[in-house]
Design a protein around this ligand. Structure first.
Ligand SMILES: [Mg+2]
Length: 308
């Protein structure tokens, strides 16, 4: 809400993950750019292990922030987005660390922190889709912006440390995993827009809102962040060499006839597994689940960033 009769300057709230290493004076620079652009002193709120951003985002709204800036990685972004989705209050992105998948998918220069600050204060606004994921047992509703998954890719997220995950990227991990971590398929029923599309043993089901992960690998070649559709990829390798055809299928962007990799698009997906398996949202391991419903919330989140 804007109040043109108000004399108090606009204020940004910055929700910062203090664990992310930075070699610049984030607070000093943010204060400088706020002042230069006629904004008041930023409100600073730090995330903690117990509250990685949701509580701070609510606090930012209570304090009347005109924009809430997520300064951290995709985990911080996801938690802030959970609160801002549907409010109309824009979110800014200050990519810290090395992952920043949402920022990359939006075409931001993730190395230009000052550019990101100015973009958040004075840039253009665009609306993006948010995916609402409801998991049963344990019951939890969360949102994600980039991709979520159950099964093998979530196991990778559970097992790798942050640094390695950031440096190596997803494909390299899957590649390493093929050799080291055989595991077993889990019987899955996957329903897209109410239609039963898969009913068999799978290794991983990934649901995407954006296409790109690290290294510019496109897990979801057709995914767009504002098309109102979520993209589903089901990995069900057959036999011992099956994973190699999965990788080949992804590199070939699913053009082959190989059913080891199947793609679907829709507004909702319901995944039911025979037993609990690892579950991840935007790269954060969120424990285990066996039943999850993911539903598109189109254009629910406003992002303000530098034009690109
Ligand atoms: Mg989409």
């Amino acid at each position: 809400m804007s109040d043109t009769s108000s004399t108090s300057p606009k204020r940004a709230a910055v929700i910062i993950n203090p664990a992310k290493p930075v070699d610049i004076d984030v607070r000093g620079l943010m204060a400088k750019h706020s002042e230069n652009n006629g904004w008041g002193e930023p409100i600073w709120l730090e995330t903690t292990k117990d509250d990685p951003g949701v509580g701070q985002a609510k606090e930012a709204l209570e304090q009347g922030a005109d924009i809430v800036i997520a300064a951290g990685g995709d985990g911080t972004v996801r938690c802030v987005a959970e609160v801002l989705a549907g409010t109309g209050i824009p979110m800014g992105l200050l990519p810290l660390g090395t992952g920043n998948l949402l920022a990359r998918n939006l075409g931001m220069d993730v190395t230009d922190v000052e550019g990101a600050m100015v973009g958040a204060l004075t840039g253009w606004e665009r609306k993006i889709d948010v995916v609402r994921a409801v998991r049963n047992d344990p019951d939890k509703e969360q949102v994600f912006l980039v991709m979520a998954g159950v099964g093998y890719d979530a196991t990778i997220m559970a097992d790798t440390n942050e640094d390695l995950k950031d440096k190596v990227g997803w494909l390299a991990y899957v590649d390493a995993g093929i050799r080291n971590l055989p595991g077993k398929p889990v019987k899955a029923t996957i329903i897209v827009d109410g239609k039963d599309v898969v009913h068999r043993g799978v290794r991983s089901v990934m649901v995407g809102n954006c296409g790109k992960v690290q290294g510019n690998l496109e897990i979801f070649p057709d995914a767009k962040v504002d098309d109102g559709l979520l993209d589903v990829v089901v990995l069900a390798p057959k036999g011992k060499l099956g994973w190699f055809s999965v990788i080949a299928g992804m590199i070939g962007k699913g053009k082959g006839q190989d059913t080891s990799v199947e793609y679907f698009q829709g507004k909702s997906v319901e995944i039911t597994l025979e037993h609990n398996d690892d579950y991840q949202l935007d790269g954060d391991h969120e424990g285990e689940g066996k039943h999850v419903v993911m539903t598109m919330d189109p254009e629910a989140l406003t992002i303000r960033m530098a034009a690109n």
